[in-house]
Design a protein around this ligand. Structure first.
Ligand SMILES: [Zn+2]
Length: 255
């Protein structure tokens, strides 16, 4: 058994047996980790109200041979992102984020990638808790979550032949290929998504900005509708699982 002290974000938390709790955590060095907190529902001393969703924690874990569940020995709260629990649109965005991370974050990812993913998770939870909870924030968190998980759509070149896209006002986006197409590669295909180049540039900006500067990003109604469609279809195709939180999110923040 090896002892680890690390930070963590609670992705999922379920009661188990008489008084235990099983938690899915995102940790900065390796990614997703499942741990059992023995007696969690009884011990206020070891787990003082800390194992709730969204919480950013400092934890002490015992890990065993690979494949076995880690044991959560202690947890203290660093940040609880309180507004997520008091506003349904914020809650919906954050639930979606946690579900994507819980489904897609690897269990033994490369350290640099996982540190970046962890920083993204904290920044996105903070944004969901503090920024205006509108459709723009929703689509940007969706897009950036995909990027943080290594699923960034190609928005500038032809995804098939790498040609720069010319000066057209609209181009085709191929969901299965995960990017835009030049006219020549697009010609024989159907089922393509037609989007304005302005929308693609806005999405690129949205990927570059810190969440603190997102208020500067302008997404008009057309760009927002196109973004929603592009990101939604890209996510459904490449994630390949039905996200339970998506229906709730659609009710709270319709496209
Ligand atoms: Zn091409």
């Amino acid at each position: 058994m090896a002892g680890i002290r690390t930070e963590a974000v609670v992705l999922r938390s379920v009661d188990f047996a008489e008084s235990d709790r099983i938690v899915h955590l995102l940790v900065p060095d390796t990614g997703r980790l499942t741990a059992i907190a023995k007696g969690a529902r009884r011990s206020v001393r070891r787990f003082p109200g800390t194992l709730d969703l969204f919480n950013h924690l400092r934890v002490q874990l015992q890990t065993r041979r690979s494949g076995a569940m880690a044991r959560l020995e202690q947890a203290t709260l660093i940040e609880s992102f309180t507004p997520l629990r008091h506003e349904t649109r914020r809650f919906a965005i954050a639930c979606y984020l946690l579900e994507v991370l819980d489904r897609l974050a690897p269990e033994a990812g490369a350290r640099d990638d996982m540190r970046r993913l962890f920083r993204f998770a904290l920044a996105a939870l903070r944004a969901a808790a503090t920024r205006k909870p509108d459709a723009r924030l929703r689509v940007l968190i969706e897009l950036r979550a995909l990027e943080a998980l290594g699923l960034r759509p190609e928005l500038r070149r032809c995804v098939r032949c790498a040609a720069e896209l010319g000066g057209a006002a609209q181009v085709d986006f191929h969901v299965a290929d995960g990017g835009t197409l030049c006219g020549r590669c697009a010609a024989p295909l159907d089922g393509l998504l037609r989007v304005h180049v302005g929308t693609l540039r806005a999405l690129e900006q949205g990927l570059r900005f810190d969440f603190e500067h997102l208020d500067r990003l302008v997404l008009g109604p057309v760009a927002l509708a196109e973004s929603r469609q592009l990101v939604g279809r890209f996510q459904r195709f490449h994630v390949g699982v039905d996200l339970r939180s998506e229906r709730f999110l659609n009710e709270m923040l319709p496209a």
